[in-house]
Design a protein around this ligand. Sequence first.
Ligand code: ATP
Ligand code: MG
Ligand code: FE
Length: 333
Amino acid sequence: MRVLGIETSCDETAAAVVEDGRRALSDVVATQIDVHRRWGGVVPELASRNHVVQVMPVVDEALSRAGVGPDGVDAIAVTSGPGLVGALLVGVQAAKALAAAWGKPLVRVNHLEGHLVAAFLAETAPAFPFLGLVVSGGHTSLYAARAFGEYQLLGHTRDDAAGEAFDKGAKLLGLPYPGGVAIDRLAREGDPGAIRFPKAIVKGADLDFSFSGLKTALLHHVKKHGVPEGRGLADLCASYQEAIVRALVEKAFRAARRLQFDRLVLSGGVAANSRLRAAAAARAAEYEGMSVFLPAVKLCTDNAAMIAVAGTHAYLRGERAGPELNADPAWRL
Ligand code: ATP
Ligand code: MG
Ligand code: FE
């Protein structure tokens, strides 16, 4: 079966056609990064307006790249939360209109479930159960994934998300938005051991994360020493990135060992980070029997193929959304 996915929760307008929940026949993403960069972050009103302009052309492009017409689509899946309410509404309204016009069933998808199941689009898909770490601009959450549609939240961030730590840190250093990409690039030339940052780990509450202290430490460092140039900036980026990565890897593997998971799936925009990918793979190699699934970078950042995967299984479970479907900006998974 083929599902058309539509995603507009933040600053990416995306549509994709996925076959049998496993193969992306097309995966179109129109990013608004250039629109928001001059403001240093996502401006919700601008995001909504750009989604309005982009959503239908992006859907058309997804169908044409997949080589199918509306008749070749069995269902439509749309992200209805969590995210920016105005942004979500554009995708939800478009999906409802298409479902009505084409006479196709509609299913709603939680954006975080999309991230969790993005790994099923890779050649080697994980099997259930697995431990899923969603690390993105708005979330840092560990889930026990037992089956499609069955997820248990094990821990989450108490304050900033890992992506926010990257983005806010980059802003402090005068680097362009999105900060994670800029820090990742600069950090490649730097020494991760150059500056010692506090461990971004919550004591006691075992599987929760906290990144605001790290951001404050960077602020103090910059106030005291200024923003360095050249090699110094690379060292600072590498050290800051290392503190974030260490916290993520340590928590994820601690949870995996304690709860006896032998599969760990990383996803979300921060899972595109080259140091996090290398550190997770290296740690897995140390633990015999532990498999780490790292979806391709394009599947880690926001896309609609992952929404179509989650939507396929929701559809197969019999879930349907009607014309009353609304955006649910704070929908918890
Ligand atoms: P959410 O899924 O929580 O709604 P989101 O919609 O903002 O978040 P994602 O595409 O999932 O979007 O993630 C974007 C985040 O990923 C940004 O914070 C960005 O800085 C970060 N990011 C992207 N690439 C990298 C990278 N290479 N290294 C670190 N962070 C990265
Ligand atoms: Mg985004
Ligand atoms: Fe996302």
